[in-house]
Design a protein. Structure first.
Length: 365
């Protein structure tokens, strides 16, 4: 009797799996996974060469996994079983605590820090050494700084990270923003900070650079929900975030230029707000070179920010204190090209990066 039941279950499962596989073959292939924020594998090229060298079967397996029907539902089921049945604390290195999703920390990557320090030092020596610019740097802590150790997860040794950067960048003035931040200043489903929560951080940075800003903003909220980068990786059903952004007449009158694509744009790119990653609405995302001209400025001071994606949302909050802000992303801009966009002469220069970028070996080439 038991063997008969086992055969029935096996047959049902086989039929179900075979049926889903047929559907996978017949249905139009999805190009992009919104939940995972990545392109999906497409049907591989089929010819004699790809069959003989084995590449077709290898890529076909990847294609089948990516295009399997109800894939997101199966991923969610797996994640729920892992967490609630097996008691695993993370799912593929992604964990959730009190509604906040984050990625497990790795150890301090000395090679990554050395690459960042060498990159910044080369830029400084090439363009700023023996000039009258005022150079600062600051670090943005990852969400794990507020979550990991307190909840029993591996934690990055921030003391070691800070010490290595302080030694390697001793020619810059450090601005500490750690005490001004808390876990509530970050999106629940994403790695980034919330613009409406960092007005005090912007003021602190400006004060440290000798610039006074005291701006009044109007708060706006996007209509569409924001599912951050960690949402799809977690695989569990959680509430979406909402993106709030700050506006005023000064920001509305700014002239923003995207040098990478040769176009003028607004401080807030509403086309990107309705796209796959709404966070890219802030200055159009991680573009190589952006300039913001403030025609309402009461000063001729200029600011140059070497930044990652976190800089997109805080730069607008510094606009009041400067006539011009130039944002440079050294991950996408070769250091030999910087002089084409900036002549360094009496500006404030701020190197502002998240610790997740500084500790990432592939961030800076």
């Amino acid at each position: 009797m038991k063997q008969k039941k086992y055969r029935i279950y096996t047959c049902v499962f086989a039929v179900l799996f075979f049926s889903l596989s047929i559907v996978c073959w017949l249905k139009p292939a999805d190009a992009f996974s919104v939940t995972e924020r990545r392109p999906l594998d497409q049907f591989p090229t089929l010819n004699v060469n790809t069959l003989l060298n084995g590449s077709f079967m290898s890529k076909f397996e990847e294609y089948t996994l990516d295009q399997f029907p109800l894939r997101d539902d199966f991923r969610s089921l797996k994640a729920m079983v892992s967490k609630y049945v097996l008691g695993q604390k993370d799912n593929n290195n992604i964990y959730i605590v009190d509604g906040q999703i984050s990625e497990l920390d790795v150890a301090v990557n000395e090679k990554a820090l050395s690459k960042a320090i060498n990159k910044f030092t080369t830029i400084y020596d090439t363009y700023m050494k023996d000039t009258n610019v005022h150079v600062y740097y600051s670090m943005i802590p990852d969400k794990n700084y507020f979550l990991a150790e307190q909840h029993g997860y591996p934690a990055l040794d921030y003391d070691v990270l800070r010490e290595k950067l302080h030694i390697g960048l001793d020619y810059m003035q450090y601005i500490d923003i750690f005490p001004l931040l808390s876990i509530g200043d970050y999106y629940d489903t994403d790695t980034h900070w919330r613009q409406d929560c960092i007005v005090d951080v912007a003021k602190h940075l400006a004060d440290a650079m000798g610039t006074d800003i005291d701006t009044v903003y109007t708060t706006q909220e996007l209509d569409n929900p924001f599912y951050g980068v960690y949402y799809g990786q977690l695989g569990l059903p959680v509430d979406a975030d909402r993106i709030t952004y700050l506006t005023n007449d000064t920001l509305a009158n700014c002239i923003v230029y995207d040098h990478q694509n040769g176009r003028e744009m607004s401080v807030y790119d509403m086309d990107k707000a309705a796209d796959r990653d709404p966070y890219e609405m802030f200055l159009g995302g991680s573009l190589a070179v952006i300039t913001i001209d403030n025609p309402n400025a009461n000063t001729d001071k200029e600011l140059v920010i070497f930044r990652d994606s976190f800089g997109s949302s805080i730069a607008p909050l510094l606009v009041e204190g400067y006539a011009k802000i130039t944002l440079l992303d050294a991950r996408y801009l070769h250091q030999n090209m910087i002089g084409n966009f900036v002549t360094f002469d009496n500006q404030d220069v701020l190197f502002l990066h998240s610790t997740s970028v500084l500790n990432n070996e592939i961030a800076f080439k």
